[in-house]
Design a binder for this molecule. Structure first.
Ligand code: PA5
Length: 417
């Protein structure tokens, strides 16, 4: 993974200042502390994961692949966005389709999904760390009815709950009804949990090589396990984000990519940063953009609108399959593309956009991987989790809680009671 801050509009002296060196040493101390109760168990998770749980995940996945046409994953927020990002980036021709539900209160949406599954064999993985999230429990009640109709007395064999080891409604139900479970590890919040069973069961069912994901994450863990801001790209990126916010007064960070593989990854990043940093009036609001589509909708704003955005490009240097445009008629307005491959044109569009946005004084950073694969996905997940935690601590907020999310839930309960 490469990080390029050349167009970031931040001076090296500011990035590597003595003050930041001191702060980073303190933050490294917090992240390395053996007491993980504040929510830092993800820091050494790639090397310290539960091996028995991983064996169980592989066994369950094998079973699901042999008896199901689809895995219906029911989760929301951190219990779904990472899995969706990985599936969209990495799943190729999986024989078992992965469908996501539980992500809203829209019955039409749920009903359409169940209609599509009615003639298929289905396993349902309900993922909720708290085991009490309303969207999830409402969706589960409809899905149980659907499964009962389909599988009669044996329908509970079609359910797997991924939840807290001891508490919450899902854990209690699982004990009461003998439902299969996986565990969300202690002291890892939803948005930091994709490398646990939360992401790994859906990945394994989709035939994604989870061993390789872990290899990438372990490499990132090793690379970032230090307090050296000259070497450590996560610190550089976190300090850069801090400076574009505080010094350049930027309020929004766009995560832009010309590769659709990064689309859902962008939404995972949005949650990771917004829920972790958006406290006490702090943080950059994160917006994922899919280019070139979004150039035709919001490109105008980025180029000439209110100067509040910075942009981070997510990119890759190779793609596995490609094709060229050929036989373009002489008078065609795209004659100059004759013989050019899609990748070549995509890269030219990317370079041109970076140049244009940079000329418009948008601070640009570029994060690139050599190719889209499991290893790099694992590396990026860990890199961004680390950078996000550091970024939060630089802002002096707790990156592992989300007190503000409770307010709408309180009002909703009041409305319904
Ligand atoms: O990152 C988080 O902690 C949240 O986004 C949660 O993942 C989300 O609210 C879902 O919670 P739960 O897994 O308890 O259903």
């Amino acid at each position: 993974m490469e990080l390029n801050l050349e167009l970031g509009q931040i001076k090296q002296n500011d990035l590597y200042s003595k003050d930041f060196q001191k702060k980073i040493k303190e933050i490294y101390g917090i992240l390395k502390n053996d007491d993980k109760s504040k929510g830092t168990a993800w820091v050494d998770y790639p090397t310290n994961y539960d091996k028995k749980e991983m064996t169980k995940i592989n066994k369950l996945a094998k079973n699901i692949r042999s008896n199901s046409d689809a895995l219906l994953v029911v989760g929301i927020g951190g219990s779904y966005l990472g899995a969706k990002a990985g599936i969209e980036m990495l799943a190729k021709k999986s024989q078992t389709e992965i469908v996501f539900a539980g992500i809203n209160f829209d019955y039409t949406d749920l009903n359409n999904k169940l209609e599509n599954l009615k003639n298929k064999d289905v396993t349902v993985n309900v993922i909720s760390k708290s085991g009490t999230t309303v969207e999830i429990l409402m969706t589960l009640s409809i899905i149980e009815r659907f499964l009962k109709n389909k599988y009669k007395g044996s329908y509970k064999e079609r359910l797997i709950f991924t939840t807290d080891k001891n508490k919450g409604y899902l854990r209690e139900r699982a004990i009461l009804d003998g439902i299969e479970t996986l565990t969300v590890p202690d002291n890892i919040g939803g948005r930091y949990s994709v490398l646990s069973a939360v992401g790994m069961l859906p990945f394994a069912v989709a035939d994604i090589n989870i061993k390789k994901i872990f290899e990438g994450a372990v490499q990132a863990q090793n690379d970032l396990d230090n307090d050296d801001i000259y070497e450590n790209k996560a610190y550089q990126y976190a300090i850069y984000r801090y400076l574009i916010n505080k010094k350049l007064n930027k309020k929004i960070e766009l995560f832009s990519s010309f590769f659709t593989s990064f689309n859902s990854f962008g939404f995972w990043l949005q949650q990771l940063f917004c829920e972790s940093e958006g406290k006490d009036g702090e943080g950059l609001f994160v917006v994922p953009l899919a280019y070139s589509t979004d150039l035709h909708s919001v490109g105008q704003f980025i180029q000439q609108g209110s100067p509040i955005v910075a942009e981070t490009f997510l990119t890759t240097n190779t793609i596995s399959k490609d094709n060229s445009v050929t036989n373009i008629a002489l008078k065609s307005p795209i004659k100059y593309l004759d013989g050019k491959s899609f990748f070549e044109v995509n890269k030219a569009a990317e370079n041109a956009t970076i140049r244009a946005h940079s000329q418009a004084k948008v601070p640009i950073s570029v994060i690139s991987i050599d190719e889209i694969n499991e290893y790099n996905f694992g590396y990026l997940v860990y890199f961004f989790e680390y950078a996000c935690a550091v970024s939060g601590y630089l802002l002096k907020i707790n990156p592992f809680n989300q007190p503000g999310v409770e307010q709408y839930k309180k009002f909703m309960r009041e409305n319904l009671q």
